[in-house]
Write a protein that binds this ligand. Structure first.
Ligand SMILES: *Cc1c(COP(=O)(O)O)cnc(C)c1O
Length: 437
């Protein structure tokens, strides 16, 4: 009798090969599935709302490259713009018209930004905004919040909320204590702590950097009273309020999260903004911007140095511009927001039917869900999630062909290419899991 050949997964084979040469087998840590266990899926190709792994299995993709793919994969208009740009050259290290066009789009769509500089990653955007804030104010101290991620710059790579008025502990080895000695880490949505910190350090603060809707602790909104105090205290003490909208920019609304808070808080705007992800449409492109007065402190006009060989890359700007043109079509965010809400509502109903603790929230094409009874307001509350339960959920969904972020502290993303049928398929898979089938 013939025995069947044991099935060897190409994902497994590739992961073994990768681990020999690339630390952990990946070029960015969360891809390694370390938190949830198992083998990362090596993506072979993607189209619309789906990607196919190295074994040819199809997944409904709720990561979308961690946010950039708001139109879905392989959007025809974007592909054509990129192909056309490529034919004219990949990189010049000299100015191009498309950089001006992209700057014009950004300034038009984000009212707090009068001038903008393009960079290649969100890390660079946040790092450069931080340096500029320090240069502009002549101050060193900064506030960041526990659970907010601003890229892997030394000074911002601090998580541990040792609380008020204590200096941060670095999250990563290799960050000298001196690099984070000016970083004050506070609890998100904690007004009392914020006020106390400003009372103690306000006159030494260069900036407060925050994710207005935090997608790096899954999905946690700043409350309106908290955001109001952040703005008031920064103004009172002359510190710059920096919105890190690398994730939320053009993702939660056309004008980013700041456009939503501006509707709730009269006259509200941040002093500086970091953008990334969606503005590159999947290419390495990010930006930071603010008032003309602050931005003109950058070299070559001003004394704050910042540069990049590939900054404003002509292929990336073509991709970003084509993406931004699509999201400005009438009704884009309304439709995307409705689709995303239907996912969260569907999952919540399925969990509720099975008596599972579950709650979720969404804005535009970004969502989060928690195996908790109510929405958390800060990092400590997010961390009360039962992580083995999350991991079981993650793997059940993965087996069903639904690809969520492989960690419970990551937001999810719906694209314009996700159909009601994709949402139904996802909710059905979740319902089967919750019901223990
Ligand atoms: C992704 C992200 C970054 C870092 O961007 P990279 O392009 O990965 O360097 C910074 N801030 C926020 C809020 C992000 O979500």
């Amino acid at each position: 009798m013939m025995t069947a050949m044991p099935h060897v997964s190409r994902n497994d084979t590739l992961f073994e090969r990768a681990k020999k040469l690339i630390p952990g087998g990946v070029n960015s840590p969360v891809r390694a599935f370390k938190a949830v266990g198992g083998t990362p899926r090596f993506v072979q190709r993607a189209h619309g709302a789906y990607f196919w792994d190295a074994d040819g299995k199809r997944y409904i993709d709720y990561i979308g490259s961690w946010g950039p793919m708001i139109l879905g994969h392989g959007h025809q208009g974007v592909i054509e713009a990129v192909q056309k740009a490529m034919m004219d050259g990949f990189s010049f290290g000299a100015p191009t018209e498309r950089e001006v066009e992209l700057a014009e789009e950004i300034v038009k769509l984000v009212p707090s930004i009068e001038m903008v500089r393009l960079v290649s990653s969100g890390t660079e955007a946040a790092m450069s905004a931080l340096r500029l804030a320090r240069g502009a104010t002549g101050r060193s101290k900064i506030i960041k919040f526990e659970g907010c991620y601003h890229g892997h710059t030394d000074a911002l790579l601090v998580k541990a909320g040792s609380g008020l008025a204590t200096f941060g502990n670095p999250t990563s080895a290799g960050v000298p204590p001196e690099a984070v000695q000016h970083t004050l880490v506070l609890e998100y949505n904690n007004i009392a702590q914020l006020e106390e910190c400003f009372a103690l350090h306000g006159k030494d603060l260069a900036c407060l950097m925050m994710e207005p809707i935090c997608g790096n602790m899954n999905f946690v909104r700043s409350t309106v009273p908290f955001m109001t105090r952040c703005r008031e205290l920064c103004t009172q003490y002359g510190a710059l309020l920096i919105f890190d909208e690398v994730m939320t920019g053009f993702r939660v609304a056309l004008g980013g999260a700041q456009s939503l808070y501006a509707k709730l808080i009269p006259g509200f705007k941040p002093d500086m903004t970091a953008l990334g992800k969606v503005i590159g449409g999947g290419m390495p492109l990010a930006a930071f911007g603010g008032s003309k007065a602050v931005m003109e402190m950058l070299a070559p006009i001003g004394a704050v140095y910042q540069a990049g060989t590939l900054s404003g890359n002509p292929v990336a700007t073509a991709c970003g511009l084509a993406t931004l043109r699509e999201v400005q079509k009438p009704g884009f965010y309304e439709a995307l927001g409705e689709r995303t809400r239907s996912l969260v509502t569907g999952l919540t109903a399925a969990a509720s039917k099975a008596g599972t603790s579950f709650c979720g929230d969404s804005q535009g094409g970004m969502f989060g869900f928690f195996l908790l009874d109510r929405l958390p307001q800060n990092y400590a509350a997010v961390m009360t999630t039962d992580s083995p339960a999350f991991n079981r959920f993650f793997h059940a969904m993965l087996d069903s062909g639904v690809y969520y972020a492989p960690a419970l502290y990551e937001a999810g993303f719906v694209s314009a290419a996700h159909t009601p049928a994709d949402i139904d398929e996802t909710v059905d898979a979740a319902a089967r899991f919750f019901a223990g089938r």
